[in-house]
Design a protein around this ligand. Sequence first.
Ligand SMILES: Nc1ncnc2c1ncn2[C@@H]1O[C@H](COP(=O)(O)OP(=O)(O)O)[C@@H](O)[C@H]1O
Ligand SMILES: [Mg+2]
Length: 260
Amino acid sequence: MLEPPQTPVARVPVIEVRNLHKKYGPVDVLKGVDFSVTAGEVKVVLGPSGSGKSTMLRLMALLEPLDKGSILLNGHQIGVNSQGKPANERTLSHQRADIGMVFQKFNLFAHLTALQNVVLAQRLTRKISKAEATHNAAEILKRVGLGAHGHKFPSELSGGQQQRVAIARAMVLNPAVMLFDEPTSALDPELVNDVLTVMETLASEGMTMVVVTHEMRFARRAATEVALFDRGIIIEQAPPARFFDDPQHERTRQFLSHIH
Ligand SMILES: Nc1ncnc2c1ncn2[C@@H]1O[C@H](COP(=O)(O)OP(=O)(O)O)[C@@H](O)[C@H]1O
Ligand SMILES: [Mg+2]
């Protein structure tokens, strides 16, 4: 008997940007970026300072409007309303709830405990009881290794612990994708590994992630693909073994020679 034909399942990216352009004043910061992440992928973005990495993440997270191009979440364009016009603030905040973002600076509320920070994130975006939000917050703090620290204020936590609260605060909303913008760059060196370990755990559990970082060990261990950004475009993108050991572009070789 004949086997039924195998229909290839089209893998719609969780998040995708197409031909993304952004200027600040006269400066072309993004010059036509195409970038996508499918479910469970971890894309690490490398590149020199000022090349547009943070700008791409902020646009993907709908924190700023784009000039040209489009952003799709699970195949649906976001940042626009049903008529294709720029979305109003209410629509934007609804669409943003699916995209978690973690910044270099943790931006926790100083007057709230770790637990209260994670509770508040849910109460601001979801209609959910305080009891349920508190339960979720306690669970997620356990997952980032802070089960015993929920009652502490940010000033009582190390930078690495604060960043893990910030990760918990984003994760508790069950985002479709997590964007990390140099999450360990503001940390003392001895605190970096705790944060990277939590991120590697999320990755191994199947979280879809985009990570801008200078941590090459993380890129090698956790990335499904590594992309090099330079002056507003992506130069090269490849699985880590090929990206690091057999880069195809001179610009990539040059960049890697500076970090080794
Ligand atoms: N809000 C802004 N206003 C004006 N210029 C900006 C703004 N944000 C970023 N830029 C400029 O855009 C360029 C890219 O910045 P950024 O995306 O932060 O790069 P990266 O994250 O790769 O270091 C830089 O030249 C930066 O000065
Ligand atoms: Mg940046």
